[in-house]
Design a protein around this ligand. Structure first.
Ligand code: ADP
Ligand code: MG
Length: 254
C-alpha cells in the first residue's frame, strides 16, 4: 500500500475548479514535489490530503488515501489523529502556525500530548529532543523562547520539529523555504534531506521553485491549472522537459 494514493482528485471552489482530475502516488520513504506557477493548485492539493477542505464549502471529489486513512470517508476524529500524527504539514509562514504568546517548546509539547497523551514532563522532554534534532542550539533554553525571539529560519526549524514530534510517516511541506534567504533556504533543504534519511518518512514538497524541487526530491509532478502536465523522475522531467510550460518554469529559476 502506498503512503499517499490520490485518484482523480478534483477540488472546486464555487465555479472554480482549482484541482482537476489529479492522480499520483507516493511510496513510503520517497519524496515527490508538486511544482507549478502560483495559482496552479498545489496548496489546494496539499490541504486536500489532510482533509482540510471539509466544512469550508469547497467540493472535493475523487479518492484520497494517506497513511492508511481514507481521507474522504474518515470521521473527523480519525482526521484529527492523522494531522500532526502520521501526517504532518509545515507551511511557508511559520508564524501562521505558531502562537505568538506561548513558548515554542510548550507548543510542540502540546501537539505531542494531544497525539500521545504523554505526561507534561515527557512532552516537554520530547519538545527539547526534536528542537535539538532540527539544529536549534541550546534547545533546552531556547524551547522557552516565544516565536518572535527566533529568526525566520529558526522558526521554520521549530515548525519542522513540531511536525517531527509524533514521528510522522509523511511530511507535507508547502513552500517551506520560500520566505527565507538563499543561504537559510539551502540549510533547511539539507535538514529535510537528513531527516528523510534518518526517519524514512515520505516527503511531499510543494514549491513554485523548480530549483528547490530539483535539490530535494526524487520525483516531480508539474501542475498547471489544477492538472498534471508532466510527472516522473526529477532527472527525466527537469533534465529534458517535454512540455513548454515546464521549460518556462525552469527558465524562471533565479
Ligand atoms: P498554488 O498553491 O499552486 O499557488 P492554490 O492551490 O493556492 O495554488 O490555488 C489554486 C487556485 O484556487 C487559485 O486560483 C486560487 O485563487 C484558488 N483558491 C485557493 N483557495 C481558495 C479558496 N479557499 N477559495 C476560493 N478560491 C481558492
Ligand atoms: Mg501555494
Amino acid at each position: 500500500m502506498s503512503l499517499v494514493d490520490v485518484t482523480d482528485l478534483t477540488v472546486e471552489f464555487g465555479p472554480l475548479r482549482a484541482v482537476d482530475g489529479l492522480s499520483f502516488r507516493l511510496e513510503q520513504g520517497a519524496a515527490l514535489a508538486l511544482v507549478g506557477e502560483s495559482g496552479s493548485g498545489k496548496s489546494t492539493v496539499a490541504a486536500a490530503l489532510l482533509g482540510l477542505h471539509r466544512g469550508t464549502g469547497a467540493r472535493v471529489g475523487g479518492a484520497i488515501e494517506v497513511a492508511g486513512v481514507d481521507v474522504q470517508e474518515a470521521p473527523e476524529e480519525a482526521l484529527r489523529r492523522l494531522r500532526g500524527g502520521k501526517a504532518a504539514m509545515v507551511f511557508q509562514d511559520p508564524l501562521s502556525s505558531l502562537d505568538p504568546y506561548y513558548a515554542i517548546g510548550d507548543q510542540i509539547a502540546e501537539v505531542y500530548r494531544v497525539h500521545t497523551r504523554a505526561s507534561r514532563r515527557a512532552a516537554r522532554a520530547r519538545a527539547v529532543e526534536v528542537l535539538d534534532r532540527v539544529g536549534i542550539p541550546d534547545p533546552a533554553r531556547r524551547s522557552r523562547s516565544r516565536p518572535h525571539e527566533f529568526s525566520g529560519g529558526m522558526r521554520q526549524r521549530a515548525l519542522i520539529a513540531m511536525a517531527l514530534a509524533c514521528e510522522p510517516d509523511l511530511l507535507i511541506a508547502d513552500e517551506p523555504t520560500t520566505a527565507l534567504d538563499v543561504t537559510v533556504q539551502a540549510q533547511l533543504l539539507d535538514l529535510l534531506h537528513t531527516l528523510r534519511e534518518e526517519t524514512g518518512m515520505g516527503l511531499l514538497l510543494v514549491t513554485h521553485d523548480v530549483g528547490v524541487a530539483a535539490e530535494s526530491v526524487d520525483e516531480v509532478l508539474v501542475m498547471r491549472h489544477g492538472r498534471s502536465v508532466e510527472h516522473g523522475p526529477v532527472v527525466a522531467v527537469l533534465g529534458s522537459p517535454a512540455q513548454t510550460y515546464t521549460r518556462e518554469l525552469l527558465g524562471a529559476v533565479p
